[in-house]
Design a protein around this ligand. Structure first.
Ligand SMILES: *Cc1c(COP(=O)(O)O)cnc(C)c1O
Length: 391
C-alpha cells in the first residue's frame, strides 16, 4: 500500500505494516532474538551487508521493531527511526552517538530529572554542557557557537509547561551547524510538527502517550536516515539499546489509536483548566492552551493545542498539595503521564526530588506545584474529583 499523501490518522493505522506469507490482519509479533540462514554463505553475506529486510539479531533490528519504527517515522515526517528500551535510552543514544570528549551541548535548563542527570554524566567524559533558559532566545544566541555539536530541549517542559520555540532555536543552532534534538514527549506525535519547524532529531519516551495504557517502557529516535542508521544505530545496537519486540508491538498498536486518544485528552485538559482557573485554593494554573499562558500563541502555532498536561500551584505549599493529592479519589497518584488514567504528581518530592531547593526554585517547581496528566475519563468526573479534593 502506498501511504504517501495520507493524513496522520490513516498513517497511524497503516504505515509500516509488513505482512508475512500468511497475510495476517494484525501486525505480527516476531518474538525472536535471531534469524536462521539457509547457508553459511548467506550468513556471511548478511553480516557484510545488512539490507532493508535482512535481520540478523534483535539487538540490531527485528521485523516488529521495524514496523513500529516505520510507522512513527511516517507520523513524525522523518525518513527513519530507531526504537529503544526506554525514553532515556533514546536520549542517551542520540546524545552519545554524536558526542565525544570536547563536544559542546547547549540545553534548556527546564528538563526532566533524568535528562539533567544524563547531561551531568556526559560532563564526566569531557562534554561541555551549557544550560540556558529555553524561553529566552538571547541566551540561546549567546550560548551556541561555531563547533557546538547539538542543542537539546523539551519542546514543552516538564513540569512547568514552558513552550520552547523550535523554529527560532533551530535557526540559531543551524547558523552554527549544530544539530537540533527535541525531546517531544509533551507535544506528542499527534500535535508535533517539529521537523517542519527545524528539528533534526525528535525523541519520544513511548512509555507515555504512545503506549497510552501504562504497560511498557520504550523510546524512539526519529530523524534523517543517515543520522538514524549511520550515527544512532551503530551506538545503540552495540550498547544494547534496542527495544524488545514485545514492547515494540505494544507501541505499534498503541499508535493506531493515538490520534483519537490524545485529542480527547487534550479536549478534557482544556475543560479542566477552564473549570479550575481562578479557583480560590490555586495560586496559579498553567495550561498552554489558556489565553493567560505567556506562550499561548506560540503553543498554538507550534502544536495547535494546549496538550494533555496541566500544572497548578496549590496555596499552602507542600502540606496543602499533599492534602489535595490524598483527597483525590478517581485521579491516581503516580508519576507516569500520557496514560488513559488521569494521574497527579507532586514533582518537588518525586520526579525533581534530586534537585536542590534553589534549582527547583529556578525552574518554578514550588512546594505547592502539582502536575496533572489528563486521561480518558469523562471530564466532568475529573472536574468533580479535583474540586472536591481542593475543598
Ligand atoms: C518520561 C520522560 C522521559 C524518559 O522516558 P522513559 O521512557 O521513562 O525512559 C524523557 N523525557 C520526558 C520529557 C519524559 O516525560
Amino acid at each position: 500500500m502506498t501511504t504517501r499523501n495520507l493524513h496522520k490518522r490513516s498513517l497511524a493505522v497503516h504505515a509500516g505494516t509488513r505482512r508475512s506469507q500468511y497475510g495476517e490482519m494484525a501486525e505480527a509479533m516476531f518474538m525472536t532474538q535471531g534469524f536462521v540462514y539457509d547457508t553459511a554463505e548467506q550468513a556471511e553475506a548478511r553480516f557484510q551487508q545488512v539490507g532493508e529486510d535482512e535481520f540478523i539479531y534483535a539487538r540490531y533490528g527485528n521485523p516488529t521493531n521495524r514496523m513500529f519504527e516505520d510507522r512513527i517515522a511516517a507520523l513524525e515526517g522523518t525518513e527513519d527511526a530507531f526504537a529503544t528500551t526506554s525514553g532515556m535510552a533514546a536520549v542517551n543514544g542520540a546524545l552519545m552517538a554524536v558526542c565525544q570528549s570536547g563536544s559542546h551541548i547547549v540545553a534548556a535548563r527546564a528538563l526532566f530529572g533524568s535528562n539533567l542527570y544524563l547531561l551531568d554524566v556526559m560532563q564526566r567524559f569531557g562534554v561541555e554542557v551549557t544550560l540556558v533558559d529555553g524561553t529566552d532566545l538571547a541566551q540561546w544566541r549567546a550560548a551556541v557557537r561555531p563547533g557546538t555539536t547539538a542543542v537539546f530541549f523539551e519542546s514543552v517542559s516538564n513540569p512547568t509547561l514552558e513552550v520552547i520555540d523550535i523554529a527560532a532555536v533551530a535557526e540559531i543552532a543551524h547558523e552554527h551547524g549544530a544539530l537540533v534534538m527535541v525531546d517531544n514527549v509533551f507535544a506528542t506525535p499527534v500535535f508535533s510538527r517539529a521537523v517542519e519547524q527545524g528539528a533534526d532529531v525528535v525523541i519520544y519516551s513511548t512509555t507515555k502517550h504512545i503506549d497510552g495504557a501504562g504497560r511498557a517502557l520504550g523510546g524512539v529516535i526519529c530523524g534523517a536516515r543517515q543520522f538514524v542508521r549511520e550515527v544512532a544505530e551503530p551506538y545503540l545496537k552495540h550498547s544494547g539499546g534496542a527495544i524488545s519486540p514485545f514492547n515494540a508491538w505494544l507501541m505499534l498498536t498503541g499508535l493506531t489509536t493515538i490520534d483519537l486518544r490524545v485529542r480527547a485528552m487534550a479536549d478534557s485538559a482544556r475543560s479542566i483548566a477552564e473549570a479550575l482557573r481562578g479557583h480560590d485554593r490555586l495560586i496559579r494554573l498553567i495550561y498552554p492552551g489558556l489565553p493567560d499562558h505567556p506562550q499561548r500563541d506560540l503553543a498554538m502555532a507550534q502544536m495547535g493545542s494546549g496538550g494533555t498536561m496541566i500544572a497548578m500551584e496549590v496555596a499552602g505549599g507542600k502540606d496543602a498539595a499533599f492534602e489535595m493529592l490524598n483527597r483525590l479519589d478517581l485521579v491516581l497518584i503516580s508519576n507516569n503521564l500520557g496514560d488513559a488514567k488521569t494521574i497527579v504528581t507532586h514533582p518537588a518530592t518525586t520526579t525533581h526530588q534530586r534537585l536542590s531547593d534553589e534549582e527547583r526554585a529556578t525552574l518554578g517547581i514550588t512546594p505547592g506545584l502539582v502536575r496533572l496528566s489528563v486521561g480518558l475519563e469523562d471530564p466532568d468526573d475529573l472536574i468533580a474529583d479535583l474540586r472536591q479534593a481542593l475543598g
